[in-house]
Design a protein around this ligand. Structure first.
Ligand SMILES: NC(=O)c1ccc[n+]([C@@H]2O[C@H](COP(=O)([O-])OP(=O)(O)OC[C@H]3O[C@@H](n4cnc5c(N)ncnc54)[C@H](O)[C@@H]3O)[C@@H](O)[C@H]2O)c1
Length: 360
């Protein structure tokens, strides 16, 4: 099978990580064919890091190159739809950084287009390619934790402040994609409250409640205004509890045999005692690879074998739907918003166009 030639658009903060991982696949018949960035300083950095790769200014021109089979898009969210659409129209497979698009309508249009053209559309939900998250999914699916009662996720640190989106659209795509992946579902309803402390009108702290049909309540806190970097998800089951700490180098997952039971029957208050279980704490040995490397390899495998990616366009659209519902809830002071509310389709994550248009 011939080489898969990949063009990268966007060489800012995240693009260099994608360039490094794509070029690391060279021995596997993958070529980093070209890099585009509209910023001259970023182009200079790209040329220094990848002297053999052509570096150009215009992302749209990169898309049209005949020596590019697939395009990876690592630009700000406001440009995802236009670039991904142009790439699909040009017959190129596409991997877009998270979130897939700034509105549900944009995301759905990309999904339809990719289906019509028979092209791979993948979104960079990088944590779905993390060995620790995959392990956590196996534990949840095995029933070891019992019935999942609730999940709490904390994703906070100082910055990095974004100019075109608030903290919800920057960080919560990760939590939504992980929890949707774990539960094999998307939330039915969402409520969110947030505050903008540093940039007026741009929330830098958001507390999110996600309601899933299978009943577990999921609480997510995302913040750019916190002294420590915390990436922690706690899954509380009826039998055991699991803590996933992505910042920990070697102990990413801990399973606690802890819980609390009510007496099955009692006839007087004196007989009523909760019993607390304090069992073993297990830290499984997990082989940890760089998730972005697994993600890039998966993109190439899907192109070669005509497979649908784990984080395909549908998965990307589900995350955008959750973000849009949360954005609408922020605008409605924390009111519960159902994901099937028609107004959700009209919300945009782009700063400056954070508005709900009339659906009448
Ligand atoms: N998976 C992760 O953990 C992770 C982490 C950081 C960022 N991201 C995602 O990566 C994307 C980029 O984020 P970032 O922090 O690198 O942004 P950034 O602003 O640092 O970089 C974006 C780059 O794209 C360039 N660009 C914008 N439009 C362009 C166009 N039309 N043609 C060519 N170049 C263009 C800009 O000049 C800039 O250098 C976002 O979608 C973000 O959510 C993902």
């Amino acid at each position: 099978m011939g080489d898969v030639r990949i063009g990268l658009i966007g060489y800012g903060y995240w693009g260099p990580n994608l360039a490094r991982n794509v070029s690391a696949l060279a021995g596997d018949g993958v070529e980093l064919a070209a890099i585009a960035d509209r910023d001259a300083a970023q182009r200079m950095r790209a040329r220094e890091a990848f002297p053999g790769v052509e570096v150009v200014e215009d992302g749209m021109a990169l898309i049209q190159r005949p020596d590019v089979d697939a395009v990876v898009i690592a630009t700000p969210v406001g440009s995802h739809h236009a670039l991904a659409r142009a790439a699909l129209m040009a017959g190129k497979h596409v991997m877009v950084e998270k979130p897939l698009a700034a509105t549900v309508a944009e995301a759905e249009e990309l999904v339809t287009l990719a289906d019509q053209k028979g092209l791979v559309l993948m979104v960079g939900h990088v944590f779905e390619y993390s060995d620790a998250v995959e392990y956590m999914k196996e534990v949840v699916d095995s029933g070891e934790l019992g019935e999942i009662l609730y999940i709490r996720s904390l994703r906070v640190n100082l910055g990095l402040y974004q100019r075109d989106i608030n903290v919800l659209w920057d960080l919560a795509p990760h939590d939504l994609s992980i929890v949707n992946f774990l539960l094999g579902n998307e939330p039915q309803a969402v409520s969110a409250v947030g505050r903008a402390h540093v940039t007026p009108g741009v929330e830098d702290i958001v507390n999110l409640n996600l309601h899933y049909e299978s009943s577990p309540l999921v609480t997510v806190v995302v913040s750019w205004l916190d002294p420590r970097k915390i990436r922690e998800m706690t899954v509380i089951g009826s039998r055991k509890m699991l803590v996933y700490d992505d910042v920990s180098a070697i102990e990413k997952i801990k399973i606690f045999d802890k819980g609390v039971d009510r007496p099955s029957s009692y006839s007087s208050f004196g007989e009523f005692h909760y019993s607390y279980r304090y069992g073993d704490i297990v830290t499984p040995m997990i082989r940890i690879r760089e998730p972005l490397s697994t993600e890039c390899q998966h993109f190439v495998d899907c192109i070669r074998h005509g497979k649908s990616p784990r984080s395909d366009g549908h998965s990307g659209a589900r995350v955008v739907r959750g973000l849009s519902a949360a954005q609408l809830s922020l605008q409605r002071d924390g009111a519960m918003v159902r994901l099937d509310d028609p107004a959700v389709r009209t919300v945009s994550g782009r700063i400056g166009t954070l508005s709900v248009e009339s659906t009448a």
